[in-house]
Design a protein around this ligand. Structure first.
Ligand SMILES: Nc1ncnc2c1ncn2[C@@H]1O[C@H](COP(=O)(O)OP(=O)(O)OP(=O)(O)O)[C@@H](O)[C@H]1O
Ligand SMILES: [Mg+2]
Length: 210
């Protein structure tokens, strides 16, 4: 899927968060968005998914305006994904899968849990470590085999070893399925390891770093 932001502006009341943001991504790009807390990373992702509407400009998906639609064929972690705490990770995924427009099915859920080494049996999500919960969030985003994966700070709270593991898996998924991946982080080093395109948000504007 080809994604294009054309002169996107977002204001909340009089407060401008994004001004004249322009970028485009090709299928299979891994794009990193870096910026300080409050720089507008989450807002940018919400605009792409259709959860927020721009104040000006246009978002094009395969050259068609997103308009009032929600982005199709996308998986996302935006802020903390909600899980039912007293159910296991597997059961949570099964429930989320059952309500998704495209079902992955039990075998694929198990394959993804294996892939992310999340073999927790019947352990309730409330007893998961933060790292396990982050992995579960990423698996949730992968349900339905999305063409676009939107990950808002997926590795910031992980230790070096786990974040490197998750990064390797994301690279595998990108290679396997040509999934377009957008990742936000306030840590530039995380993004450098994985991204083929790197963007920075500051002073309400987006620039691409060489
Ligand atoms: N629904 C909203 N109404 C009003 N202001 C909002 C709304 N959503 C976001 N903002 C404001 O937009 C700015 C950018 O917020 P955003 O959440 O995109 O930052 P961020 O870059 O994701 O930060 P962080 O690294 O802390 O996640 C902030 O000043 C925030 O207060
Ligand atoms: Mg954010």
């Amino acid at each position: 899927m080809y994604i294009e932001f054309k002169n996107i502006t977002k204001k909340f009341g009089k407060t401008e968060v994004l001004r004249d943001v322009n970028f485009s991504l090709e299928k299979g790009d891994i794009a990193g968005f870096q910026g300080r807390n409050g720089s507008g990373k989450t807002v940018l992702f919400k605009l792409l998914t259709g959860l927020l509407k721009p104040s000006g400009g246009e978002i094009l998906i395969d050259n068609s305006p997103l308009g009032n639609d929600f982005l199709q064929n996308c998986g996302m972690i935006i802020e903390t994904p909600g899980f039912i705490p007293h159910y296991s990770g597997y059961k949570n995924l099964k429930i989320l899968d059952s309500v998704s427009p495209v079902q992955s099915g039990k075998e694929e859920i198990k394959r993804l849990m294996d892939m992310f080494e999340l073999k927790s049996g019947n352990l309730a999500v409330s007893k998961y470590s933060l790292g396990m919960r982050q992995k579960l969030g990423i698996i949730q985003a992968l349900l339905g085999n999305p063409e676009i994966l939107i990950l808002d700070e997926p590795i910031n709270s992980l230790d070096t070893k786990t974040s490197e593991f998750v990064i390797r898996k994301l690279i595998e998924i990108n290679a396997e399925r040509q999934t377009t991946i957008l990742i936000a982080s306030h840590i530039g080093e995380d993004l450098a390891k994985i991204c083929t395109r790197r963007f920075s948000l500051s002073d309400n504007t987006l620039i691409e770093n060489g």
